[in-house]
Design a protein around this ligand. Structure first.
Ligand code: 6GU
Length: 228
């Protein structure tokens, strides 16, 4: 898979992309990630990328020129791909959207800053607008990292342990969250690992885990409902 990240803050991605899981996957050629500075497509001595909103209001908007030129420039180089715009007004990211994105050959992630994008950017590019939750970030960069992390660990070979992605919370037909898990020691501060996990009876263990996952999912759904 190839992922292009278009941003005004390319330096935010350096340590993230070189980090353990992604760095190794990139080195192994499993995923090709490139970062492009939107400001490289700005014109004039000031290389301006943002301006005040017509009609008044706070903050600055990304101008259409540099953003559209940047997207089209990257697309000319490496093919159109699936264009994602990171914006709090987009459809809310969940594991099924992550799976959908992981099946694409190529993704372009467009990060916004300031108060948002000039509407004509959306009209011209018709991006898939995605948000990572109902709160406001100061830009799309952290959201783009969330997508790159969640998508890349689903790619064959990246995790190095395909089972662990299949068993994750929100995966599988039932979309359950994972139940409790234990490692050594068998007893810690008087708390014991459940006997069933030490039984060696894999059918019983699978049944117990499923039961705990259903319970954890039910509790979480209840809590979410209470919070609303
Ligand atoms: Cl994708 N961008 C911004 N600025 N804020 C957000 C978001 C994205 N998702 C949730 N909040």
């Amino acid at each position: 898979m190839r992922i292009d990240i278009l941003t005004l803050f390319p330096e935010m991605f350096t340590s993230f992309l070189d980090g353990s899981l992604l760095g190794a996957a990139r080195a192994a050629g499993l995923i090709d990630i490139r970062v492009t500075d939107i400001r490289d497509f700005a014109e004039g001595v000031h290389r301006q990328v943002d301006d005040r909103p017509f009609g008044g209001g706070p903050g600055m908007l990304l101008m259409p020129g540099p953003v559209v030129d940047c997207v089209e420039g990257v697309q000319r180089q490496a093919g159109a791909g699936h264009l994602v715009m990171l914006t709090p007004g987009g459809r809310r990211l969940d594991q099924s959207i992550v799976e959908e994105l992981s099946r694409k050959e190529r993704i372009v992630l467009l990060c916004g800053r300031y108060e948002g994008f000039d509407e004509r950017i959306k009209e011209i590019l018709s991006p898939d607008e995605i948000s990572i939750g109902d709160y406001v970030l100061s830009g799309g960069e952290v959201a783009a990292m969330v997508i790159v992390d969640a998508v890349s660990r689903l790619l064959p070979g990246v995790l190095g342990h395909e089972e662990s992605a299949r068993q994750d919370s929100f995966s599988g037909a039932e979309r359950l969250v994972e139940g409790p898990q234990y490692t050594r020691p068998r007893e810690y501060r008087g708390l014991h690992v459940p006997d069933v996990l030490l039984s060696g009876d894999h059918k019983r263990i699978a049944a117990w885990r499923h039961e705990r996952a259903v319970d954890a999912t039910r509790r979480r759904t209840l809590q979410t409902t209470i919070n609303k």
